[in-house]
Write a protein that binds this ligand. Structure first.
Ligand code: ADP
Length: 464
């Protein structure tokens, strides 16, 4: 970055220097040449118009005195006069001097060199007709010195500018690279797995702060996602542990009962007892596998919910028929809602929700009634399953929807429960965009409720 910057500054410096050296200087020199050529021509005209040689010399002397220039006049190759500062000079190499060697066709020549220790600019003009050559020697004109001084001043100024540019670029590059290095180091730590690393940029530039903020947000998001994945992995491990435990227990029990059944000395009553126990455990296993398959289907099949419009009263009759045996067996009254109300949901899945809730209500009640109620509230229908059973302690209320969480594991297993029923209920309602709620008082009963979208019947009947 610094090098690029210096490259462009360097190009600018060289361009200015070239302009001053070649263009500006040449223009000044050109103007000077024109002026001196005019001067020399003027002198030549004066010399030509002066008839006698003595007069010519006197005139040239006057002009030389007056202008302070060195003036040389040559007439037909012989030097008429060569005068400077009142001194008559004699230049033995006059005819071989650069300015006096006229190339063919040229009538003016220029040269510059040290003359008596002074940098002198010579201009010689030739008048072919009269054979007169006038040469004037100018000490360096102040304009040339001025251009040189400007040139020197500019070079010094440019050098200083270059130096300042180097320093400025160095500081600027430092300001850019320092936060970038900090960001790079933090990014390396993050990629090495240290997600607690926070990128802090010591720069007021908003771009860097934005960049650091974005990267911090990104690492926060990663941290969250990784935490989530770790939590899921832990849940999965727990789930697998629970499943193997739940599977192993009934299998061992079945094995034990089969062994007992093989004994020849069993009474008929004992045989029936062991056979019933074995079957109960097989039923437990069957329930467990059905629930596990259900969970897997709900988890991995996105299109599992197929909503249709159906009447909850029909469904309640259906569920009543399915559960009545179990309820009667326990001496519990099943009170089902009888009013027609239509909802838009997956009928099969909602049937399963009701079966699971009513099955639990019967299982965890010893007497009284289990009620299924539904009431319309605006564009929703609220469905409740209420029992007068043992209730759920408050500290379990949050957790009963977790897989395999049971308030009383023994009682749950004895009745063939899998500990998965409520988690399936929660999953099904979640897939409908709804949620399951619970309210319970220990010793007095429990109320589960959820909502489904109300669907007006085709004949416009909107009453629940
Ligand atoms: P389970 O197969 O054990 O019934 P669930 O997921 O259906 O599994 O229920 C989880 C736990 O919630 C049950 O073990 C039970 O302790 C408690 N529970 C569920 N419904 C009721 C209810 N109506 N009354 C009392 N406790 C209940």
């Amino acid at each position: 970055m610094v090098l690029t910057f210096l490259f462009f500054v360097g190009i600018a410096v060289v361009a200015v220097w070239l302009y001053i050296t070649f263009i500006l200087r040449n223009e000044v020199q050109e103007a000077f040449h024109q002026t001196t050529e005019q001067e020399a021509l003027r002198i030549a005209e004066i010399v030509e118009s002066t008839p006698s040689s003595a007069q010519r010399i006197a005139t040239i002397r006057d002009i030389a005195d007056y202008t302070g220039l060195r003036i040389t006049v040559v007439s037909f190759d012989s030097v008429l006069i060569d005068i400077y500062g009142g001194q008559i000079l004699s230049d033995g190499r006059l005819h071989s001097r650069e300015e006096m060697r006229f190339s063919s066709g040229a009538s003016v020549q220029f040269a510059e060199r040290l003359d008596a220790g002074i940098h002198t600019y010579f201009t010689a003009v030739k008048r072919p007709g009269s054979g007169i050559v006038v040469r004037i020697g100018h000490p360096e004109p102040p304009l040339f010195a001025l251009v040189r001084r400007i040139q020197m001043t500019l070079i010094v100024a440019m050098m200083m500018a270059l130096l300042l540019a180097v320093i400025g670029a160095w500081i600027a590059a430092g300001q850019v690279t320092k936060p970038l290095k900090a960001i790079r180091n933090s990014a390396r730590s993050i990629s090495a797995g240290d997600l607690t690393e926070e990128i802090i940029v010591d720069s007021r530039a908003s771009e860097f702060q934005d960049l650091a903020e974005s990267l911090n947000q990104m690492s926060d998001a990663f941290r969250e996602k990784i935490g989530e994945l770790q939590r899921l992995a832990q849940l999965q491990n727990e789930f697998i542990g629970n499943v193997s435990h739940e599977v192993r227990n009934p299998i061992f029990s079945v094995g034990g009962y089969l062994e007992a059944l093989a004994s020849p000395s069993l009474t008929e009553q004992q045989r029936r007892f062991y056979a019933e126990k074995g079957l109960l455990n097989l039923e437990r296993l069957n329930n467990l596998f059905s629930d596990l398959i259900e969970i897997a289907r709900l988890e991995y099949q996105e299109d599992l919910i197929k909503p249709v419009v159906f009447d909850l009263r029909d469904l309640s009759l259906d569920v009543n028929e399915f559960m009545i045996g179990k309820a009667e067996h326990k001496g519990i009254e099943l009170v089902m809602e009888n009013a027609p109300v239509q909802v838009n949901a997956d009928r099969g899945r909602i049937r399963q929700v009701l079966v699971n809730l009513i099955d639990n209500a019967i299982a965890y009640s010893d007497e009284g009634a289990v009620r299924l109620r539904f009431r319309r509230h605006l564009d929703k229908v609220r469905i409740e399953v209420v029992d007068l059973g043992r209730g759920i302690p408050e500290d379990h209320l949050e957790r009963i929807f977790e897989r395999f969480h049971r308030v009383d594991p023994d009682r749950s297993r004895k009745r063939g429960g899998t500990g998965l029923g409520l988690s399936i209920v929660k999953q099904i309602l979640h897939a409908h965009g709804e949620q399951i709620n619970v309210e319970s008082t220990v010793g007095r009963g429990t109320r589960f409720w959820f909502e489904l979208p109300f669907a007006p019947s085709e004949n416009g009947d909107t009453e629940a």
